[in-house]
Design a protein around this ligand. Structure first.
Ligand SMILES: NC(=O)C1=CN([C@@H]2O[C@H](COP(=O)(O)OP(=O)(O)OC[C@H]3O[C@@H](n4cnc5c(N)ncnc54)[C@H](O)[C@@H]3O)[C@@H](O)[C@H]2O)C=CC1
Ligand SMILES: CC(C)CC(=O)C(=O)O
Length: 364
């Protein structure tokens, strides 16, 4: 892999490779863009088959955070970390503390939080070594696990997508397929079930599926069968790149709206959804509830303030559909445009002033 070519392609600022033999830590921190502020993005722990796959994931996810944070109106840039390893077998205290020291070494250019494979307990270990971590235990005055808030944002984003697809945002009686019933999607299913939606779920983890079947009367299907179900809305809530050449022809839904990061394998797959008349709620907007919540910690966490901001996801998704129609572009492009324009505007206005204390986000 030609790393600098990759970095130039989307103008990445920095990749940091962190290794600690003692704990087995192998991590890649990707800082994509810090125009708006320090790069905030979670840490994913995953058993990648190759180092190239891990680097690809880090950079795709890091760039997504730049767009997510910009579109959410946060004064934060974008970054992400991947730790190579099996989250069920390879974790230890020293690993997260070593990782915390690497983050501390970046002196605030990167702030972390949870993602797939990491937990509040892991963030607490990182916090032993650095303050540049969010989503730590509420006992520290923090916001804790971001997943339930991501789920809430995703739920109201699904309602906004339903309004666009069906002319009514009620989910009562709608059939919704959910891919992956992990931390975010379990709570999402709870909201959907309460509103009277019928759920079809899948997961590679049988226990997760059983829980959704028992708790919400969901119908379980095999992982490969989730795309071809007769349903109204597809909510991808597992891993990325699941909207692709193989899956699009199978879809019978009117909308795709879920929490997974990087749902489109390539941008052209967003064009393909548009061409087929499938409403797509851009991933980095609908799943921004978690980062909005953890970012609030940087000002001294206030749940009410954070939730008010999370509720703006409904309007943001609606606005994206408006821009999409006004400018004749697919919704994923409208979302990109919204984020890029904000970064550009802030960049320009900052160039008119000297930096001072107000440009620096103070910590708890
Ligand atoms: N946790 C959060 O606050 C946020 C999460 N996201 C994204 O939402 C997605 C879900 O995140 P979490 O719920 O935190 O992760 P999680 O790890 O708790 O849940 C993911 C679930 O997907 C399942 N899964 C993996 N591959 C699968 C496949 N091929 N088919 C079916 N199921 C599969 C896993 O077994 C697991 O139960 C991820 O893409 C994550 O990056 C985005 C923003 C915030
Ligand atoms: C889980 C969040 C707190 C941040 C993040 O990494 C994301 O939104 O993908």
């Amino acid at each position: 892999m030609k790393i600098f070519d990759k970095m130039e392609e989307h103008d990445y600022e920095q990749l940091v490779f962190c290794q600690d033999k003692n704990s087995g830590l192998k991590a890649i921190i990707c800082i994509h863009d810090t125009t708006l502020g320090p790069a905030l993005g979670g840490t994913r722990m995953w058993n990648y088959d190759t180092e190239e796959e891990a680097i690809e994931d880090a950079i795709r996810l890091g760039r997504g955070m730049t767009y997510k944070n910009a579109a959410a109106g946060l004064n934060l840039g974008g970054g992400k970390t991947v730790i190579i390893g099996d989250p069920l077998k390879d974790k230890n205290e020293e690993m997260f503390r070593a990782f915390g020291r690497f983050i501390q070494g970046l002196n605030g250019r990167y702030i972390t939080a949870e993602d797939v494979g990491t937990t509040v307990a892991d963030m607490d270990l990182i916090h032993e070594e650095t303050d540049f971590v969010t989503g730590i235990s509420p006992a520290f005055g923090s916001s804790g696990n971001p997943s339930p808030v991501t789920a809430y944002g995703c739920y109201i984003g699904i309602k906004a997508a339903a309004l666009e697809a069906f002319g009514d945002d009620s989910l009562e009686g709608k059939t919704i397929t959910v891919q992956g019933v992990g931390n975010v999607a379990y709570t999402l299913c709870e909201y959907l079930h309460k509103e009277g939606a019928k759920l079809i779920v899948t997961d590679i983890n049988k226990e997760a599926v059983d829980r959704a079947v028992n708790d919400f009367g969901a119908v379980a299907v095999e992982p490969d069968d989730i795309y071809s179900q007769e349903a109204d809305i597809f909510a991808p809530c597992a891993m990325g790149a699941i909207i692709n050449d193989d899956t699009i022809p199978q879809l019978k839904v009117k909308a795709v709206a879920g929490s997974a990061n990087n749902q489109l394998k390539e941008e052209r797959h967003g064009d393909e959804l548009e061409a087929r008349g499938i409403v797509y709620a851009p991933d980095f907007v609908i799943n921004s509830g978690g980062v909005i919540n953890v970012a609030d910690e940087l000002y001294g966490y206030n749940n009410e303030r954070a939730m008010k901001r999370v509720e703006t996801i409904y309007d943001s998704i609606t606005r994206i559909f408006e821009i999409s129609k006004r400018d004749g572009i697919p919704s994923y492009q409208a979302a990109d445009r919204m984020a890029e324009e904000r970064i550009e505007r802030v960049h320009k206005s900052r160039s008119q002033f000297l930096r001072n204390e107000h440009n620096i986000i103070s910590r708890r």
